[in-house]
Write a protein that binds this ligand. Structure first.
Ligand code: HEM
Length: 316
């Protein structure tokens, strides 16, 4: 998988897939993401309560990935549920294995379908794009497909960001009263929630990090939540401040070769759904305790029952 490859193979694959992730391509999706966000909130409006993860935060990324891949939106939801089963099953769990098989079957069928019936989507560009005269093999396509569904789904559920707002009512009121703070608020939610907990790197030679020797082939764990609370870098790192600026957090990585390919997209998604939630689901509050995802890799929320008062549709 690209995430675990080194250059030059990584560079080649990344230049193939990044063709679908330029800010221009993401901007093209922009309006559509706004419509989807409105629709997602519309769908729960009447109920006055919902599971924020299942009905809102999980819905948007799975629809967006479906849109990117050029597959039906319901399939996006199905694939997303499969990743949940895969990621929370224990090693060897037959249910998790079955979910993985279903995922690969879907990836194979998708590749076959897009080859005979190409569309204006990232799946087609991935299958047709060439670097140095080479195209992705079916296996590479499948691996990228898996990475995309995983990387773009779990991480981007902004339930944790909304929870941070619920836990800091003064900051929530400040943002709701002045939506021009949205860009800094989103970065602060990313910093404070750090959706990815840890990735590792392997030292290619003996080296030293802040006085600690790391031997060649030794592994270093990078804890993103820790970096994002580095008191040498952030003033009052434990304060949640929706106006924090500058805010050079590392939630998407440290800017190296593996820097998150979906960072633009994730920001666009958050910028669409957060105002929709703040302006239309007033008096939003927890209806029961949140249930967290049991994972060492992701800081995610599995279930977040909420209640709210429906506000009128906002004309934009
Ligand atoms: C809030 C949401 C997200 C967070 C916090 C996040 C975080 C990260 C992090 C920490 C990395 C690894 C960086 C490194 O090792 O240096 C990464 C890589 C990646 N992310 Fe994201 N991500 C998010 C959303 C997305 C989305 C929406 C997509 C795609 C639709 C995506 C696709 C990827 C891919 C493909 C990689 C691997 C890049 C490579 O190996 O070159 N991510 N992400």
């Amino acid at each position: 998988m690209m995430l675990t490859m080194d250059p030059p193979r990584h560079t080649k694959l990344r230049s193939l897939v990044s063709k679908g992730f330029t800010p221009r391509q993401v901007a093209r999706l922009n309006d559509h993401i706004a419509d989807m966000s409105r629709q997602i909130v519309d769908d729960v409006m009447e109920q006055g309560e919902c599971d924020f993860v299942e009905d809102i935060a999980g819905a948007l990324p799975s629809y967006v990935i479906a849109e990117l891949l050029g597959i039906p939106l319901e399939d996006g939801r199905r694939l997303y549920h499969l990743t949940e089963i895969m990621n929370t099953g224990t090693v060897g769990d037959p249910v998790a294995k079955d979910a993985q098989m279903q995922m690969f079957v879907y990836g194979n069928e998708l590749a076959a379908r897009k080859r005979t019936d190409p569309g204006d989507d990232i799946a087609t560009s991935l299958l047709l794009a060439e670097v140095d005269g080479e195209r992705l093999t079916d296996f590479e396509f499948n691996m990228f497909f898996l990475l995309l569904i995983n990387a773009g789904g779990d991480t981007t559920r902004n339930a944790a960001g909304i929870l941070a707002l619920l836990e800091h009512p003064a900051e929530r009121a400040r943002l709701a009263a002045d939506l021009s703070l949205l860009p800094t608020a989103i970065e602060e939610m990313l910093r404070c929630t750090s959706p990815v907990t840890v990735f590792t790197r392997t030292a290619t030679k003996d080296t030293e990090l802040r006085g600690i020797t790391v031997r060649k082939d030794g592994r270093v764990a990078m804890f993103y939540p820790s970096a994002n609370r580095d008191e040498a870098h952030f003033a009052d790192p434990d304060t949640f401040d929706v106006g924090r600026n500058p805010n050079h957090h590392l939630a998407f990585g440290g800017g190296g070769t593996h820097f998150c390919l979906g960072a633009n997209l994730a920001r666009v998604e958050a910028a669409a759904i957060v105002p929709e939630v703040l302006s239309r689901m007033t008096n939003l509050e927890l209806a029961a305790p949140v249930e967290r995802v049991r994972s060492t890799l992701m800081n995610g929320i599995r279930s977040m029952p909420v209640r709210f008062t429906a506000a009128a549709v906002v004309q934009r």
